[in-house]
Design a protein around this ligand. Sequence first.
Ligand code: ATP
Length: 539
Amino acid sequence: MVSLQEFVSSMAPLIDLEKAAEISAESATSSKSLERRGCIMSNLKCTDAQTGLMGKTLLEFQPNKGDVLPPHKFGTHDVVALKPNKADVASSALGQGVVYRLKDSSITVAFDDIPEDGLNSPLRLEKLANEVTYRRMKDALIQLSKNQTGPSVNLVPVLFGENPPMSSKDAAKFSPFNKNLDESQKDAISKALRSKDVFLLHGPPGTGKTTTIIEIILQEVKRGSKILACAASNIAVDNIVERLSQYRTKLVRLGHPARLLPQVLDSALDAQVLRADNSSLAGDIRKEMKVLNSKLLKAKDKNTKRDIRKELRTLAKEERKRQQLAVADVIKNADVVLSTLTGASSKKLYGITFDLVIIDEAAQALEMACWIALLKGPRCVLAGDHLQLPPTVQSAEAEKKGMGKTLFERLTEAYGDQITSMLTIQYRMHELIMNWSSNELYKNKIKAHSSVAEHMLYDLEEVKRSSSTEPTIILVDTTGCDMEEVKDEEESTMNEGEASVSIAHAKLLVESGVRASDIGIITPYAAQVCAYMLSILSN
Ligand SMILES: Nc1ncnc2c1ncn2[C@@H]1O[C@H](COP(=O)(O)OP(=O)(O)OP(=O)(O)O)[C@@H](O)[C@H]1O
């Protein structure tokens, strides 16, 4: 197994390579070329300003000309800079925010403060490269390399093969909160509870990986553990928050409110802080400061001004202290803290130790990102499936040198069954769809639960039996059908023939009574997504 020293020295340069690859993909010399690449949206007008998202200001932008935003690569959660339309690339921004909502005709961005002026003139938004993640991974690497003390001091040697993994000999008896758990899930939970350092939950598609994680969290909380639960993506974290909040657990979700699903906002740190006593005290102080500020504006006498300023400084200090106390209280009182892996490096968690760190989707997370969370506790549970897609690594060189190899895969190779449980009953697919992956990847061990093993589209209410709803799976071979792939200017692949075949099939499904909103069309290429959109719009 790779040693700690080898890992640290090989990973540091790879983080730089990956950062350079991401930045060069998104940066270019002129704003025109950035606009062509969809990284700048120009000539916008600010059409609405609202406060409300926990103190953030939501500004909505629409195109100055036409009804639809230009083609772009902005996504919700992206960090963007707001600038005057004609400003050059290097000029400073009016404000920086997080994309909150995207529609065909508008984009809404959450700002901490409302930009002071410039909102009445034409504006543009620039997508910013995400450098923070790389800095945080580097910081974790430095911490890992000098990890002589700290909560994970006994875990690190196990994860680098210096010490063997340990688990308690006693069977971990537990009475499940979820009465529907199957045997493979219960076995996994019991093994996780016995583990003293690391446990891998191997969950093939639809086998209830998240369901099992929720039960592990509930059982650990019952035993008095404080848990940090993370995943690489916001959506995966929110998925846990949503499912966990059905139980009476004291939990808090860290993260920018604009990045959270509306249904989990109540669990957000910012929302809980707003409800805290210290926070209302901070609010009172802010009101007092407002009164003093207007007094300061009116004051003529030098000494009076000096006294007011002094008082304002004292109040500002007190306000900050109250605010920090409110944040610290919420985190201290929570049994489960949830964040993305990068979010786990938040200053708000400095000095906080956890009994257990859980990482969901661990087989899709870079090992470096996992370490940000892992350094905060002595035990960990990693859940994932290394036989599905690995994390995306943009730099071909970093990929070749091992950046894409996940901790989950590395530990599976090193310790295998000793620390792993695989879930074996799946609750999503007809068994004919499942059989291929079960045979090819999971040694034929996966069984379809009876509720899905033979379910058909025409079992759905209002769906008719027809030639399109009867087959469980249809493969269409377009070879020799004159459906050639083409590349767009961004070198992304597109095949209009294939798009029209699948849209025609979707139409037949709708005619048989399947709701259009229940149909998903998946393609790996951005250009093909555009081809679908155009085809759907023109229909
Ligand atoms: N023991 C169970 N009994 C009945 N339904 C279950 C059971 N375990 C999981 N499910 C259902 O199966 C579906 C998949 O579960 P879950 O989302 O936990 O799986 P997952 O492995 O995390 O999924 P993914 O493939 O997205 O990673 C959900 O609808 C869940 O309610």
